[in-house]
Design a protein around this ligand. Structure first.
Ligand SMILES: [Zn+2]
Ligand SMILES: [Zn+2]
Length: 335
C-alpha cells in the first residue's frame, strides 16, 4: 500500500513522503485514526536516535482501524478498531521467563513505529500478543494513550505502596499528568511539583495540591512523601526528591536520565529510614492490560492532557508548538 508518512531526514527536518507499507506474515496494517506526540519523539526530532538511522519513520502512540491482515494473523479483520502499545515481550528470553517482561532482551526488535502517517504496521509479535479491540465509545485519541499509560502503571506498581499514601509527582508534563491522575484514581493523595506555574494551574484546576519547585523548595515542603515519581529528568530534581521522601518511601526515576548521570545521596539515611531509589522502564503485558482497563473505564480526566487536534499536514507546526513549550500532548488525525 502506498501512502503518506512523515520521515525524519535529519535533526529538525521532517518530510511528508510517499512510502510503501505491506503487511508481512502475521502483521496488521492499520489506518491511523489518532497519533499522539510524546517526549521520546521530541528527543528523536532534536537529536536523532542511534537505533533509527535517517531517514526514519516517526511516532509510536496510535490507534486506528485494521486495513489489511497479513497471512496467518488471527483475531482481527479489516475494519476492526484496535489499540496497541509499542512492543510485545518475546516470552522466551531469561527476563521474560522470570516475569520481567519490561526487560525482554529483544523488546524493540518488533515495534509499532511510524504513527505520524496515514498507515502504520503492527508487527506480528505485537499483533499476536498486545493488540486489543478498541471499544466504540472510547475515542481513538484516548485509546492511543495505551503506551504511555502502561509505562506509568508499571512504575506505580513497583514504586507506590498498595495502600493509600502520599505521592509526589516531580514534573507536570504529559507523563507527570498521567502519573497524577492514575495515582489519585488509585486512592493516593497526590501533589504535583513543577517550575512552570502555568502547568501547575492545570493541576490546581483538577484539585491537586501543587508546589512551585523554585529554589530550595524542598526545605519548605510541609510534608514527606511515601512515593516520589520523578518525571522531569532534571538531575536537581533527583536530590530534591530524596530530601522530601518519608521513612520507608521510594524515589522512582521514571524519566530517563542522561547516560552517566551520577546521583549522590546520604546512604545512612537510606539505611536507617529504609528508603529505596528505584528505576522503572517500559512495561510488560500486565501493565498494558491494566492500562487498557483504565482507558476503557473512561474515568480519568484526560481533557487537559490532549491539547489540540491537527491534520497530518500540520504536524511540523505541532512540533514547533512543542519546542516552544506550548501544551501537553497533541493529537494528529491523518483522516
Ligand atoms: Zn511515547
Ligand atoms: Zn523476552
Amino acid at each position: 500500500m502506498r501512502h503518506r508518512a512523515y520521515l525524519l531526514t535529519a535533526p529538525r527536518r521532517l518530510e511528508l513522503a510517499e512510502v510503501e507499507t505491506a503487511p508481512g506474515p502475521g502483521d496488521l496494517l492499520v489506518r491511523v485514526r489518532a497519533a499522539l506526540t510524546c517526549g521520546t519523539d521530541t528527543k528523536m526530532y532534536l537529536r536523532g536516535h542511534a537505533k533509527f538511522p535517517f531517514p526514519s519513520r516517526f511516532g509510536h502512540e496510535m490507534s486506528g482501524t485494521v486495513e489489511a491482515v497479513g497471512e496467518g494473523a488471527g483475531g482481527f479483520a479489516p475494519g476492526d478498531a484496535v489499540m496497541v502499545p509499542v512492543s510485545a515481550p518475546c516470552l522466551a528470553c531469561d527476563p521474560c521467563r522470570r516475569g520481567r517482561e519490561n526487560l525482554c532482551t529483544t523488546l524493540f526488535d518488533a515495534k509499532v513505529w511510524g504513527a505520524f502517517a496515514e498507515f502504520c504496521l503492527i508487527p506480528a509479535r505485537v499483533a499476536a500478543l498486545q493488540t486489543f479491540p478498541k471499544p466504540k465509545d472510547l475515542p481513538f485519541a484516548e485509546a492511543a494513550l495505551l503506551d504511555p499509560l502502561a509505562s506509568v502503571l508499571q512504575a506505580q506498581d513497583s514504586a507506590a505502596p498498595p495502600s493509600p499514601s502520599r505521592l509526589l509527582v516531580l514534573g507536570g508534563g504529559p507523563m507527570g499528568y498521567l502519573h497524577a491522575v492514575t495515582a489519585r484514581h488509585h486512592g493516593h493523595a497526590v501533589t504535583v511539583a513543577d517550575l512552570n506555574s502555568g502547568r501547575l494551574e492545570i493541576f490546581q484546576g483538577l484539585g491537586f495540591s501543587v508546589i512551585e519547585a523554585a529554589g530550595a523548595w524542598e526545605d519548605g515542603a510541609a510534608e514527606a512523601f511515601d512515593a516520589v515519581m520523578e518525571c522531569s529528568g532534571a538531575p536537581a530534581a533527583f536530590a530534591s526528591g530524596l530530601r522530601v521522601l518519608a521513612p520507608g518511601g521510594t524515589l522512582c526515576l521514571f524519566a530517563g536520565p542522561p547516560a552517566g548521570q551520577a546521583l549522590t545521596f546520604d546512604s545512612a539515611a537510606l539505611h536507617y529510614k529504609h528508603q529505596r531509589v528505584a528505576g522503572s522502564f517500559h512495561y510488560g503485558r500486565m501493565a498494558v492490560s491494566a492500562a487498557r482497563a483504565l482507558l476503557v473505564e473512561r474515568t480519568l480526566p484526560l481533557g487537559p492532557l490532549l491539547t489540540g487536534t491537527y491534520p497530518l499536514e500540520q504536524f511540523p507546526l505541532v512540533m514547533e508548538k512543542i519546542l516552544a513549550g506550548e501544551g501537553m500532548k497533541y493529537v494528529i488525525e491523518p483522516g
